[in-house]
Design a protein. Sequence first.
Length: 681
Amino acid sequence: MNDNPLLSAWTTPHGLPPFDAIRPEHYAPAFEATMAEHRAEVDAIAADPAEPTFENTVAALDRAGQGFARVAGVFFNLTASETSDALQAVERELMPKIAAHQSWLSLHEGVFKRVEALYERRGSLGLAPEQLRLLERVRLDYVMEGALLKGAARKRYAAIAEELAGLFTTFSQWVLADEAAFCLELKTDDDRAGLPEFVLDAAKSVAADKGIDGYAINLSPSLVDPFLTYSTRRDLRERVWRAFKARGETCAERDTKPIAEKILRLRAELAGLMGYANYADYALVDRMAKKPAAVDDLLMRVWAPARARALEEQKDLEAIARREGFSGTIMGWDWFFYAEKLRQERYALDEAALKPYFQLEKMTDAMFDAAGRLYGVAFKELKGVPLYHPDARLYEVSDKASGAIVGVFIADSFARPTKRGGAWMNEFRNQSRNRAGGYPYPIVINNNNFAKAPAGKPTLLSLDDVRTLFHEFGHGLHGLLSNVTYNRLAGTNVLRDFVELPSQINEHWALTPEILKKHAVHAATGQPMPDELIALIKKSEHFNQGFLTVAYTSCALIDMSLHQHPNPDRLDLAAFEKAECERLGVPEAVGMRHRLPQFRHLFADNGYAAGYYVYMWAEVLDADGFEAFEASGDAFNAELAAKFKRFVLSAGNTLDPAEAYRAFRGRDPDVGALLRGRGLS
Ligand SMILES: [Zn+2]
């Protein structure tokens, strides 16, 4: 059909992209062709002379753009996991065109008219529950993008959206500039006192980047935290801590506060245009929480015990500090330092002793084993199929009972210069039965950034890495086990405060004794992890939770009050932050994890505005959900697992999330489990 592999039929196993044939120059023509095809499909739906029906409008819209989705699936995965100068150049050229395409789709008045006509008659269309849910979702997607606005309001909406996009970029760039500008050179042995090898290695590469022969600290959180933990130089800890907390307001010419104030004013105006009292009301329309009051209720239930615990922790730290000969008040720059001493004293949990038990290969088997026992799926590695990088590994996922293929899974575990940081799940193809031809099952990928061991040695993970591995695989299972008809409702396409349930609950199985005994095997001795070590991991789970919970929850609370501000025109960000911290009684030595001038979740895009709470919202569900398994006396209780699979992992967005949770659990979630999980009850 075409010599562009992105536009040809894919005859590869499972319809995988033909990675070995795709070159950067193939993307531009492929996007051009598939976006044109997508526009033609959508225009044809709008121009259909037949009366709108669910099938000729909503289902057709859901089916449209499969070629575009196929190309975008390859492009967005490879730009994140295996980029190159050539691919980055393509990205710069294509991103504005892709954004324009998406905005054209969401502003299509002809299609919206038909959707709206159907929505008005939705009760009399005889739709199945999943069809009704799709109609409601599609209509809401349009409405949230301003489809109901007319005339001047519609124009103003577009102008606000455009202005916000520019402000978001400025905000992120200025915070980044503050992080890059800072440099604390560690010139003498004394300057480096207390720092372990891995911090010195990182400090050396920071120095090299800045053209310094020696050691230096910048404001990357992955370096700041360990520096504050290990440096015995209190004066240097204070300098780093103060600079870190001042990001965004370090110098007048890139003070982010006026930018954030402008963003908040525009958001308030946008919410007003859409008919809401404030931005939080608007943002929560499409969330499980529904109303800001529900979020505030949850956060405040956690707040009081967390604050009390943090103050106790501070006393413990002061006691240990006094024994070490320090008599002052514990400040922000002392917390990590004395907490580490306390942790060593109380738990003697040495990361170095733990690591040999967590071999990546075995822990990958562990997550497959857990999923197999819970959800009846089997994983078989496929070798010899070309992927985009030799380290990426391919697995066929099948249903144990029927033998049917349910999906394909790619594990791309290692850090490399061509991959962005962090860990994430994505899809090359989502599950769907509303697709003309081709495969109905998904191709799911997990990306991690573990440090690869030298050839011949096993890659070892930290406890945190193990949690991350299982977390991302929880998202992976949400994609793999999806069993719905429509694309829009498949897999992880759920509400933002529900999407972390599958990932967060999956972390719990990583540390069950059954899994550790079988898979946490010492790399050198082959011995399974001893019971004392398993008990120590369990015992140390509550350590420093007061600090961590206060640092997070204060941010979540202030995010909510900021986006419900009654008078954003007169908002003074600095005064607001100070007043809110006083109102809540945020302990000074703890503080907010992200101060407002550097709070990228809120001001680098709209995704987490009035939405920083979502992790805790999902934690209520995952803690309460996992307690059901524990209470049954069997962490792999088959009946509960079957329900979780049916109502959560396989249901995608076909069910209301509160109803889905009730169907699994038999009742509404109880916040008590979260408090117990954090040791705050
Ligand atoms: Zn996640």
